[in-house]
Write a protein that binds this ligand. Sequence first.
Ligand SMILES: [Zn+2]
Length: 241
Amino acid sequence: MVPRSLLHAFRLGREGLLDLLFPRLCLSCGLRTLAEDALFCLDCQSQLHPADMYRFPDNEVASRFRGRIELAAGAALYYYEKGTRLQQLMERLKYRGETNIGLSLGAYFGRLLVENEPFRSIEWLVPVPLHPKKQALRGYNQSAWIARGLSRSMGIPVREDLLVRTRETDSQTRKGRHERMQNMSAAFALTPLGRQMTAGHHIALVDDVLTTGATLESCALKFKEASPLCRLSMLTLGMTC
Ligand SMILES: [Zn+2]
C-alpha cells in the first residue's frame, strides 16, 4: 500500500515529491521551511537581524575600521547579539562540527555580495587562520567553511596558504584596545608564498563574527606591511552592534 503522504506528493507533482524526499529544513531549528532557497523558517527568520551593508560600501564595517585600516570593501551578513539564534548557530558552527552552517550561510552571503561592485573585484578569500594546535584539536577552521561557501557562489578561490597563526591568544574581552593589538600583532604571519603573492591584489579576509576588529585588523596589517598596494576587504557572518 502506498503511504498517503506519497500519494499527496504525487498529486503535487515533481516538486512535491522532491520536497517529501528531501525536505528543506531550517538551518536554525530544523523544522521545515516553505520557501524555495530559504535557509530559515519564518519564525527563525524573524529573529535574525539581516544587515544590508553589502549595498552600501560606506557601512558599519568600514566605520569600525576607520582610522585603523583602509578597506576596499567590507560587510557583515547579520547583526550579532548574545542570546540570539545567530549566536546559537555560530556556536554550532564553531564548536559542534556543524560546518554546513558556514557553507550554507557563506554561499547565501556570496550571492548577495556578487551583485555589488566593490566585492566583484575580490581575487582571493583568506579565512582567519586558527593556530595549528587549535585546528588539530577542533578538526577544522570554521572561517574556512564560511570562505568555501562564499567561494561557491562568488567563484573566487579560497587561499589558506598565505596567512598563518603563529601564536595562540587568550580571551581578548577584558583587555584594552592597545593591549589587544599588541597581543594580536604577533599572532599572525604571512607565509613565504603570502609575502610573494600579495602585491597589488584584492584580498578578502573572512571571519565568523566581527567584534572589536582586533583579529581582522592584525591579519590585514600583515598583508599591508608586505605589500602596501594590496587592497583589503572584510567579510563576516555576524557583527556586534
Ligand atoms: Zn527555524
